[in-house]
Design a binder for this molecule. Sequence first.
Ligand code: ADP
Ligand code: MG
Length: 575
Amino acid sequence: MPIVRLDEATVRRIAAGEVVERPASVVKELVENALDAGARMIRVEVAAGGRELIRVQDDGCGIPAEELPLAVERHTTSKLRRFEDLAHVLSYGFRGEALAAISAVSDFEIVSCIPGASSGARLRVRFGRPARVEPVGAAPGTVVTVRDLFATVPARRRFLRQDATEVAYIQRALAALALARPDVRFEFIVDGRMALATPGSGQLVDALAGVFGLETAAQIVPIEPVPHDEVTVTGAIGLPAVSRANRQAFFILVNQRWVESRTLVAAAEQAYHTLLMVGRYPIGVIAVQLPPERVDVNVHPTKREVRFADERAVAAAVHEAVRRTLLAHLPEQSPPAVTFSPLSPPAVQRRLLVADPTRAAPVMTRPDPEPLPVSPIEDSRTESDQRLPILRVLGQIRQAYIIAEGPDGMYLIDQHAAHERILLERLLEELATHGVEQQRLLEPLILELAPSQLEAFERYADELVRLGWEIEPFGGVSVAVRAVPAVVQRSIERVLLAVLDELAAGGRGTTPLEQVAISTACHSAIRAGQELSLSEMRELIRQLEQCRAPLACGHGRPTVVHLSTEELERQFGRR
Ligand code: ADP
Ligand code: MG
């Protein structure tokens, strides 16, 4: 085929593919335009997953009638004059492509009115072909209506998923934008029903409640900003009790712009290490502020990715902020999870209840529900969903699981995972205070190590010492064990070799010290297959109740399975 110049309509449609991938990208571009226009209120309406209809209405500055035809052309923008301005752009848009792209692949209409004008103007563009601008009566602001998206691009249309999935994408985009701009009121209407609404109060707490619902928002705590050279991290993150099975409820904002950043998400997730089970992800919003010239926003047509001048520094600041916030909000000591009558001091009554199963009856009555906190975020410190309630031990199953009754149903506890969690927290606590408690052996224990074990011993020598292991080379492949961490109660040889094997295989944990701690806790813990007496089980549960994060072991496996009273009743057909 000879080379020809493509006609304008074809060029537009090809270019549209880059900006408009699916209904959610249309919504994102239109809402960003509304924000750039200074809107205080943005209302988004969709029908049939956005395929039939997307409408975005704002009360922003509007577009003068004579500029409307220009607005829908390519590379037309009011936000940038020279390439040099790019380094300082604070507006969401700057490429001047969105309206051109959307109107090229839909039946598009824009109605706009600038404040003080006697009337507004309307421009319809059907699949790239603009009609004439007509005057219409309109309120100040802009309404963009997009119908039959991709009707002329069958390949794109086929690629769209079910309505509910497309709505979920749109909702995620809107949630991110609403969290980025708590000062703007957002409404999202799906097939006539309100799906999301934020009040525009300027408070992140209120935006969180609108996005996540009051109950979940009560488990989300603010990040106290600590300026880090040029980077400041704010936002709010969910306590481990409100994790999700995917990453859809976690948002990264960079200078109020919603971006995808695997590095920053990973940095935040790492801060939850050992607090969330494997396969669970945190929720929340991380807002990074840094000088505009330290971040390049023009690396992606939809501006979904950014490039940092120093990505590692930003990731470190995120990690630090999340970790610090989590530690500040995990319960310090162990207040009982169940509220007691003020007549007897909680600690005493608690011990009685645990020690004597026949006295456990009072625990069965649920405490009065707490009044709904006025400001969910401030109050969440006293919430303790992570906490175990007081449990009455009933027995052991398969010499592996402890069965217990709590205020709301039945609890199954994995005895090994639970003990591992207890020992891990004890080791970390000792490390952080007076050092790990040690037990000296009367006679050194001489062991022969496999080459991989010997290598792990050398590589982790410092960390092993800090965790209470005193081991010396003893010629050839032998070592002499002189002291062990006090948590190692039995089978020293088996425990040490298992620890070295795990470390040789890479270990688990974010730092070498954590790896040694997790491994030591795991292999010192009682194992499945060990029969426990009732009092041993009670002691184990009591210690688990004291843990800061009792619900997962150091490896992230669950320690507790809970079957609520409601669930039990459902299972037996009582509900
Ligand atoms: P960009 O946002 O990159 O400038 P767009 O194609 O999204 O490009 O929009 C083109 C121009 O149309 C914008 O620069 C702006 O001047 C105007 N515009 C678009 N949407 C709105 C709106 N909702 N309110 C006011 N002006 C708008
Ligand atoms: Mg734009």
